[in-house]
Design a protein around this ligand. Structure first.
Ligand SMILES: NC(=O)c1ccc[n+]([C@@H]2O[C@H](COP(=O)([O-])OP(=O)(O)OC[C@H]3O[C@@H](n4cnc5c(N)ncnc54)[C@H](O)[C@@H]3O)[C@@H](O)[C@H]2O)c1
Length: 295
């Protein structure tokens, strides 16, 4: 393969090749809180400037509140506290035009887009016997179409730099299944198919495309009343302590949930020079849940 078909930090004069992300610009969707915020801080700590967007509005099908504008402002504050530049906007990942305008603004203000973390997502619950077409549409819209839109909005900028990292966020439920989460599981299985397909499209441009597939992560998506009640229906007001056992049972290692920073570690690895020839794959960060999967 010609040298020009490989990424190279020498090509554009940015990045030192020793693992630092100085000079890179990262766009993170769903960055107001949870894993998105953790990724923003980790990438900033590694030297990247960061742009975060988030819906900052509640959604009908999600049984827990989404992040707020204050949450988004707090992420900006935390990134700036790392000494990096940070842009933010309220954008719905289902809105391709709005995402494209945001990404174009990022390039104008910060100079490029080199890293994309398509992290925004919602967890929804429901049985097919109860209907649920709206829940289906909203879940697929945010979790799957939203990932496509994010990569689509950034594609020409990623290719322009001849160095890029796209990291999508699937789930252990993107490689397995459970009752009551058909829309969520389908969306996350879809993310893996999309990721592998996009890896082909970007391969000759120095841009890798990989998914992370977390197990239970200690964020508002997990710590909410609706999920607690689903897991312990026999209790009136289940607590985190009450659900720790069933949550741990989804993993193989005996831990109920991981910290967001553990997922950020995988994101950072995929952004490193050492991962330059890793593309089209899935990194499971799921306390061993994937040890139950076929491959
Ligand atoms: N928490 C878990 O156990 C877990 C496990 C596996 C995968 N995931 C995935 O990790 C990602 C991050 O989730 P989290 O755990 O940080 O939960 P979270 O709810 O704290 O974060 C998700 C963020 O996405 C934002 N968002 C939702 N819909 C949006 C939209 N249409 N446009 C823009 N932003 C939107 C929310 O406001 C929120 O800030 C999601 O894709 C989720 O599906 C989570």
């Amino acid at each position: 393969m010609a040298t020009g078909e490989h990424e190279s930090s020498e090509h554009n004069g940015r990045g030192s090749g020793d693992g630092t992300l100085t000079g890179r610009v990262a766009v993170i969707t769903g960055g107001a809180r949870g894993q998105g915020r953790s990724h923003a801080i980790a990438l900033a700590r590694a030297g990247a400037d960061v742009a975060v967007c988030d819906l900052c509005e509640d959604l009908l099908s999600a049984t827990y509140p989404m992040a707020t504008a204050d949450d988004l402002a707090e992420t900006v504050r935390l990134v700036e506290a790392e000494g990096r530049r940070c842009m933010s906007a309220q954008v719905d990942v289902r809105d391709l035009a709005a995402l494209t305008a945001f990404v174009d603004d990022v390039v104008l203000a910060l100079g490029s887009v080199d890293i994309v973390v398509a992290n925004a997502g919602i967890s929804t619950l429901g049985s097919v016997f109860a209907g649920g077409a709206e829940v289906w549409d909203e879940t697929i819209g945010v979790n799957l179409t939203g990932v496509f839109n994010t990569v689509s909005a950034a594609a020409r900028h990623l290719v322009a730099g001849r160095w890029g990292r796209v990291i999508t966020v699937s789930s252990m439920m993107g490689r397995s299944a459970n009752p009551m989460i058909s829309a969520y599981a389908a969306s996350k299985w879809g993310v893996i198919g999309l990721t592998k397909s996009l890896a082909h499209e970007f391969a000759a441009h120095g841009v890798t495309v990989n998914a992370v597939a977390p197990g239970n992560v200690s964020t508002d998506m997990v710590h909410n009343e609706a999920l607690y009640r689903l897991m312990r229906p026999e209790l009136d007001a289940p607590t985190a302590e009450d659900v720790a056992g069933p949550m741990a049972a989804l993993h193989v290692q005996p831990v109920p949930w991981l910290e967001p920073e553990e997922i950020s570690a995988a994101v950072l690895f995929l952004c490193s020079d050492g991962a330059r020839h890793i593309t089209g794959t899935v990194i499971d960060v799921d306390a061993g849940a994937s040890a139950r999967f076929t491959a």
